[in-house]
Design a protein around this ligand. Structure first.
Ligand SMILES: [Fe+2]
Length: 322
């Protein structure tokens, strides 16, 4: 059995220890590839990862085919290299790289959620949470540094915690690299040396967290396929763009059922939607995550246009009376 990576330094701020113990309880009996106080790395089985990879590829293929109907796209691992420019031009891709499930593509998005729910359930972690985020972010990022994008207030290339962007302190962050080159578009995790209470709030720019971000200890762990990176809200992370290549990853947050002193399950500052574990695990099965938005609805609405959202309905093919 390979030895786990671990940090050797002791935390210097008072509640880091309790947060680390809670995170260890959340991952429980899951198979660990690495373990640090504020980051646990869980190993996926080959079968689980193969399903996640295939579902993500199908979703990208579906998005490309809906966006560019005059072109034909092959569905295999070369898709990220062969159709790089078309992927970066997808009308349902936000400036943060999130590929939004839209009217033409939400059906394949449900496959991703179904596999993801199986992975979290299979690792025995679902009951550790009171609420989980829908939808998960399917994020496609390119590894060439870009001064304009990377200097935005909430650019993920700055060392930050999502608490500074309105996520609750009780939230646990999941990051899962699925396709492309995670070494080219790396994700680094850090433990702060201290975390004053006045900085445990939403900030208007990640750079305002500099007193915390400037004195962190990096966790020595590679960002690689077949692993789930599960981190406490008061750890820090950063996207590091190393070279031109694409990386697709999933990210979402979940609220710990076990609350620590000073925490609450209040998600009102978050822009994400949180639902119960039962409702979350039904998604992609008996609950379909849908959208009546056209593929380019996000960008058109941002430009001030009124975008029509179509109503959704599901026809049960087994209901003979219908
Ligand atoms: Fe983040």
């Amino acid at each position: 059995m390979p030895q786990l990576d671990r940090t050797v330094t002791a935390p210097t701020w008072t509640d880091c220890h309790a947060r680390g113990e809670r995170l260890a309880r959340i991952v429980g009996e899951a198979k660990l590839a690495a373990s640090f106080p504020l980051l646990q790395v869980v190993r996926m089985s080959d079968a689980q990862f193969a399903r996640l990879e295939a579902a993500a590829l199908a979703y990208l293929w579906h998005s490309l085919s809906a966006a560019f109907p005059e072109r034909s796209f092959g569905l295999d691992r070369r898709l990220l290299v062969e159709y790089r420019d078309a992927l970066l031009d997808l009308p349902n891709r936000t400036p943060n790289g999130v590929i939004l499930p839209r009217r033409e593509t939400f059906l394949s998005f449900n496959m991703i959620h179904q596999v993801l729910a199986n992975v979290i359930q299979g690792a025995g972690m679902l009951s550790a949470f009171s609420h989980l985020q829908i939808p998960c972010n399917v994020r496609l990022v390119e590894g060439t540094p870009d001064r304009d994008t990377d200097s935005r207030s909430y650019s993920s290339t700055k060392i930050h915690t999502d608490v500074w962007n309105g996520e609750p302190i009780s939230s646990i962050l999941f990051n899962i690299p699925v396709l492309g080159d995670p070494a080219a578009v790396d994700l680094r995790f850090y433990e702060p040396r201290n975390f004053p209470s006045e900085l445990r709030v939403a900030l208007s720019d990640y750079k305002l967290g500099e007193p915390v971000a400037s004195s962190v200890e990096e966790y020595p762990v590679a960002f690689q396929m077949k692993h789930l990176y599960i981190s406490d809200a008061l750890s820090l992370h950063q996207t590091v763009k190393r070279r031109p290549a694409l990386r697709l990853s999933l990210d979402f947050r979940a609220i710990a059922r076990e609350m620590l002193p000073g925490e609450s399950a209040d998600c009102s500052g978050s822009r994400a939607t949180y639902i119960t574990p039962d409702a979350w695990s039904a998604c992609g099965l008996t609950t379909i995550l849908g959208s009546g938005e056209p593929p380019d609805g996000f960008h058109r609405r941002r430009a001030g246009e009124a975008v029509i959202r179509e109503a959704l309905s599901i026809r049960d093919v087994d209901d003979l009376s219908a």
